[in-house]
Design a protein around this ligand. Structure first.
Ligand SMILES: Nc1ncnc2c1ncn2[C@@H]1O[C@H](COP(=O)(O)OP(=O)(O)OP(=O)(O)O)[C@@H](O)[C@H]1O
Length: 275
């Protein structure tokens, strides 16, 4: 579905992505993990065609990304950006219907099939009861669900999600990720998703790719990537790795108190407060 080779990106003389090769196959969920500022969002923007790499190639369905028109690409690729949906003055239904835009000839008069798709997605994402609410009156988490519903209405073959669970409570995190996984199984959707939560990443992804300072440190199945030495190398923490008692995927336990030296590195020594 998507193959990238030797991607490099420099911003203001700083190498942010340093020669990354990565692929996402049809029906596969790949999780991209790594510390703040390691280049994950930049890599997503290069892979999705939103940014042009300084070096390297991205191919979508075997064809160079640069050869796709914006509309052709939008019919196949949906991107849920990190910043989510702004508080726009449209209703939930109107925003989800915007996801149909690349498939329509005369927007906003959605034809029957488009309306059916929107109704179906509103039902699947539990947003049916909120369809007439203005998006600007929703909470951050509710807006995040609308953004995901809009991406689903686009019916892409390849979906990029940049930290999709950030604003969601645990029930909605599971609901949305379960929905995406069934969508992957039903339609052969390919997904690349940025996670900060390593445990969710290990639960939901077929493969993980872990980055540090613009370099891909390791890719592989969750048990090949979620290993104490790798997590230590990338994040500088000393994790305990265990197995989920039901799914058997690796899970990371953090140890409080281990981070004193890193905290001092970042913020300096703690000075006792006195008047
Ligand atoms: N347009 C830009 N111009 C200049 N620097 C940029 C630009 N976009 C990103 N950067 C820098 O590139 C580095 C990587 O940023 P990026 O957003 O890709 O990291 P990230 O891994 O997604 O981080 P986070 O987990 O905090 O979201 C950062 O140091 C960032 O400041």
């Amino acid at each position: 579905m998507l193959e990238a080779e030797g991607l490099k990106k420099t911003y203001q003389g700083r190498d942010v992505v340093k020669g990354i090769s990565l692929s996402v196959a049809k029906g596969e969920i790949v999780g991209l993990i790594g510390p703040n500022g390691s280049g994950k969002t930049t890599l997503v923007r290069l892979l999705s065609g939103e940014e042009v790499p300084d070096e390297g190639t991205v191919r979508l369905e075997g064809r160079p990304m640069a050869e796709w028109t914006g509309r052709e690409r939008a019919k196949r690729v949906a991107v849920l950006p990190q910043e989510g949906l702004p508080p726009v003055p449209f209703t939930v239904e109107e925003v989800v219907a915007m996801g149909r835009h690349p498939h329509q000839s005369f927007w906003p008069w959605a034809d029957r099939a488009d309306r059916q798709t929107v109704d179906h997605v509103l039902l699947q994402t539990g947003l049916e009861k909120d369809r007439d609410r203005p998006v600007q009156t929703l909470s951050g988490g509710e807006r995040q669900r609308v953004a995901i519903a809009k991406a689903m209405a686009q019916e892409p073959r390849l979906l990029f999600l940049d930290e999709p669970t950030t604003y969601l409570d645990i029930a909605h995190q599971l609901a949305i990720l379960d929905r995406i996984r069934s969508w992957q199984w039903e339609c052969g959707l390919a997904v690349l998703v940025v996670f900060h939560d390593l445990n969710l990443a290990a639960q939901y992804c077929d493969r993980l790719a872990i980055m540090k300072e613009g370099v891909l440190i390791r890719t592989g199945r969750p048990e090949e990537v979620i290993q104490a030495p790798v997590i230590h190398q990338v994040y500088g923490v000393e994790p305990l790795i265990t197995k989920h008692p039901v799914t058997r995927v690796p899970q990371v336990l953090l140890q409080p108190g281990e981070q004193e030296s890193r905290r001092e590195e970042a913020f300096g020594k703690t000075v006792p407060f006195s008047l």
